[in-house]
Design a protein around this ligand. Structure first.
Ligand code: C2O
Ligand code: CU
Length: 455
């Protein structure tokens, strides 16, 4: 990790960013399921941060070193000491070796900083990158590959007049934290509004929403449909045809987009009305021999009857208008409160994410993959005033393109989102949190602990 000068656009002067190696996003890892990897993450950053630290936030108190980093591989099944626990940060000049077993299905993961209290600033500065795991099941499908498979790391930023990164602050200079960040410049793979020349054929586009707080609803300007073939942590059972795909921060979508029949056209990728990037379709190219198979990979449903524990976990706002503008909590607890979620390894649990706030929160659990059971509205008033969970209306199953392996789920406001999780892998301490980075840095993150098997 080091400070670099990076060109966001041909018409801009270089922009100061923090990158892995010498790029933003960092280099894309290409790995294989079952082949472990060790990475030494070196913090070679300067001693001073260039973004506004809020010393009221947990872990960022006055006296803590300004520049601290620790790398988390999002979506990875790794031992706790390699997971990038937010308090395991280290300072410039230090490094840490992480062990990644890659003992999991083919998927696109991503790595990013996770340092306590300044995570939003470190990722905003550029500390993130894609990490692809392959396996034989995926390879046997003959999906578009090589130069026809492209990771697209999508996020938004703001720049000041000198073309430097601008992160807004609150009205209180002593407490600059803001509850969410939305930029006006759309970035893909480190460039502002880039274009890509494509051949008139099928491409595999691997999307990651790496924004601090923006949800993207992505579609093509010519209205053409496309297929989603995978979720956060692997292939769907079958392709799902879509005209737009909705991605919360940290969610991934594995897409097959067919540009054949669109030769010579310029097609914009849009998020609502914002332009994100452009595809310029070449007049011709070699014959497309790749496939979009009707069946991809079975996703066996985890049965609710297997669950030995149903947890009720509220997503709520702390009402303390004087001191704090808007602190958000998980299960009514702060980061430093005693650990309350302690699943036993290899058991299954259902987590009810009861969203009492007015915002959608993308909830991420480290280590595990899970499935979405359903969503159902509830009466907020009864819940807050009488501590009673009164469900309303129908239970809605996940969307077809969410019905695969997930590590991040959208918990909508006024809704109970139920996920089913098998706690596989390792015993030890991990975290779960909202992936809106501003929320995560301000108490919307909790440790959880996987207990060893009872004997
Ligand atoms: Cu994307 Cu706790 O991580
Ligand atoms: Cu949140």
């Amino acid at each position: 990790m080091r400070e670099i000068q990076w060109n966001l656009h041909r018409d801009l002067r270089p922009t100061r960013q923090w990158g892995f190696d010498a790029t933003v996003p960092g280099p894309t890892f290409m790995t294989r399921s079952g082949k472990p990897l060790m990475v030494e993450w070196v913090n070679a950053l300067p001693q001073k941060h260039f973004l506004p630290i809020d010393h009221h936030l947990h872990g960022a108190e006055v006296g803590e070193p300004e520049v601290r980093t620790v790398v988390h591989l999002h979506g990875a099944k790794v031992p706790p000491e390699s997971d990038g626990y937010p308090e395991d940060w280290y300072t410039p000049g230090k490094s840490k070796v992480a062990f990644y077993p890659n003992n999991q299905d083919a998927a696109m993961l991503w790595y990013h900083d996770h340092a306590m209290g300044i995570n939003r600033l470190n990722i905003f500065a550029g500390l993130m990158g894609a990490y692809i795991i392959r396996d034989g099941v995926e390879e046997a499908l003959n999906l578009p590959q090589g130069k026809y498979e492209i990771p697209l790391v999508i996020y938004d930023r703001m720049l000041d007049r000198d073309g430097q990164l601008y992160y807004p602050v609150s009205a209180d200079p002593k407490a600059p934290w803001i509850p969410e960040f939305f930029g006006d410049i759309m970035m893909v793979n480190g460039k502002a509004w880039p274009y890509l020349e494509v051949e008139p054929r099928k491409y595999r586009l691997r999307l990651l929403n790496a924004a601090n707080g923006r949800f993207f609803r992505l579609s093509f300007s010519d209205g053409y449909p496309f297929h989603q073939i995978g979720t956060d942590l692997g292939l769907l059972p079958a392709p799902v045809e879509l005209k737009s795909v909705f991605l919360a921060p940290a969610e991934r979508a594995d897409l097959i987009v067919d540009f054949s029949g669109r030769a010579g056209q310029r097609i914009n990728l849009l998020s609502e009305s914002f332009e994100v990037m452009q595809f310029r379709v070449l007049p011709n190219g070699p014959k497309d021999i790749s496939a979009l198979p009707a069946k991809l990979r079975p996703v066996p449903k985890t049965q609710e009857s297997e669950a030995i524990q149903h947890r009720m976990l509220s997503l709520s706002e702390l009402d303390n208008p004087v001191a704090e503008p808007m602190t958000m909590l998980l299960g009514g607890a702060r980061w430093s409160d005693p650990i309350s979620e302690k699943p036993v390894i290899d058991t299954v649990e259902v987590w009810n994410l009861i969203n009492v706030t007015d915002d959608a929160h993308p909830i991420h659990l480290h280590l595990v993959r899970f499935q979405i059971l359903d969503r159902q509205r509830f009466d907020k008033f009864d819940y807050q005033m009488k501590q009673k969970l009164r469900l309303i209306g129908e239970r809605t199953p996940p969307e077809a393109n969410e019905a695969g392996w997930k590590d991040t789920v959208r918990a909508n406001p006024g809704v109970v989102t139920r996920i089913i999780v098998r706690f596989e892998g390792y015993a030890g301490r991990y975290v779960w949190h909202c992936h809106l980075l501003e929320h995560e840095d301000n108490e919307m993150m909790r440790p959880y602990e996987i207990l060893p098997a009872r004997t």
